[in-house]
Design a protein around this ligand. Structure first.
Ligand SMILES: *[C@@H]1O[C@H](CO)[C@@H](O)[C@H](O)[C@H]1NC(C)=O
Length: 261
C-alpha cells in the first residue's frame, strides 16, 4: 500500500513538473482492457481539468467559464448564464467504458457532482406560473448557484481509427451521432437573488418551489440544460483530447489494420 501510494505521489509530482511526461505516462492499454481504458479517460479528465495540456494548447477546463450561455425551454423559460463557472467535471467518475473497434462503437457512463454559479438572467411566463405562484411572469437578474449531485450520463458513440497526414492514428468520434441518456440522483439545490414574480421580489418563494419540485421540473425542463452541457462542453472537452493525442499513447495494439482517412 505504502509503495503504491509512493508511486502515486511520485507520478503526480512528475505530471506537475513536466507536462509532456503526462502523455508518456498515460496508462497503455490493450484494446479489450476496458478497466485500463477507463483509467486513461479518468486520468485525462483530471489532468485536463486541473492544468490543461499546455503542449496541445488545451487550457485548464475546471472550473469551466460560462459566458452568455443561453438555454431556452419550449419558449417558456429562458435562462442565461451571463458570466459564471461550472465546477466538478474533473471529479466525474467513470462508471463504465468500453469500445469495439470492429463495430466502431463505444459506450461510456459517468457520474458527476456539479456546481454552477455566477451572474444569471432569467425570464419565464406561463399559465403554470400563474397557477402555482400566483403571478404571470418571472424575471431575474442577479447571482445564482445551483448544486446538482449524481448526474449520471450514458453515452453510446460511433468512432473509428483515423489515419492522418502526420502518419499518426487517432480515435475519431462523430459527435453528431452520439446518443445519450441521463438521470439525476440529486441532491439539487438552487439559490438565487433578484428574482421577481411580477414586480415583487420573490427569490425565496421561487427557489423554494424549485427545490421542492426539482425532480418533476427536471423531467419537464431539464433536457435542454443537459443537452447544452453535453453538446457544447463535454464533447469539446473529450474531443480536444482524442483529436490531439495519438492513439499509440494509450493503446498498445497497432491500429493500422482498422485505420482509414
Ligand atoms: C433569452 O434571453 C436572452 C438574454 O436576456 C436574450 O438575448 C434572448 O433573446 C432571449 N431569448 C428568447 C427566445 O426570448
Amino acid at each position: 500500500m505504502f509503495v503504491k501510494n509512493l508511486a502515486v505521489v511520485f507520478s503526480l509530482t512528475l505530471v506537475t513538473f513536466c507536462n509532456s511526461s503526462f502523455i508518456e505516462d498515460l496508462p497503455k492499454c490493450h484494446l479489450e482492457d476496458f478497466d485500463c481504458l477507463k483509467d486513461v479517460y479518468q486520468t485525462m479528465i483530471r489532468k485536463m481539468g486541473k492544468e490543461g495540456l499546455k503542449e496541445f494548447n488545451i487550457p485548464p477546463l475546471d472550473p469551466m467559464k460560462l459566458t452568455n450561455v443561453n438555454v431556452n425551454v419550449h419558449n417558456l423559460v429562458n435562462v442565461t448564464m451571463v458570466d459564471g463557472i461550472v465546477k466538478g467535471i474533473r471529479d466525474c467518475v467513470f462508471d463504465a467504458f468500453s469500445i469495439d473497434i470492429k463495430e466502431g462503437r463505444g459506450h461510456q457512463e459517468n457520474t458527476c457532482d456539479l456546481v454552477i454559479k455566477g451572474h444569471y438572467t432569467a425570464e419565464a411566463s406561463s399559465d403554470l406560473i400563474a397557477a402555482l405562484l400566483g403571478g404571470s411572469s418571472i424575471h431575474g437578474d442577479g447571482h445564482a448557484k445551483v448544486t446538482v449531485g449524481q448526474v449520471h450520463v450514458k453515452f453510446d458513440f460511433p468512432f473509428y481509427a483515423q489515419k492522418r497526414d502526420d502518419g499518426e492514428i487517432y480515435i475519431k468520434c462523430n459527435y453528431d451521432l452520439v446518443k445519450y441518456d441521463y438521470d439525476i440522483g440529486g441532491p439539487f439545490v438552487i439559490k438565487a437573488d433578484n428574482l421577481y414574480l411580477g414586480d415583487k421580489e420573490s427569490s425565496k418563494l421561487i427557489t423554494d418551489m424549485i427545490n421542492q419540485n426539482w425532480r418533476i421540473l427536471m423531467t419537464g425542463f431539464g433536457q435542454p440544460f443537459i443537452t447544452k452541457a453535453i453538446e457544447e462542453f463535454y464533447f469539446k472537452w473529450s474531443g480536444n483530447f482524442f483529436d490531439k493525442v495519438a492513439a499509440r499513447h494509450f493503446i498498445i495494439e497497432d491500429l493500422s489494420p482498422y485505420a482509414r482517412p
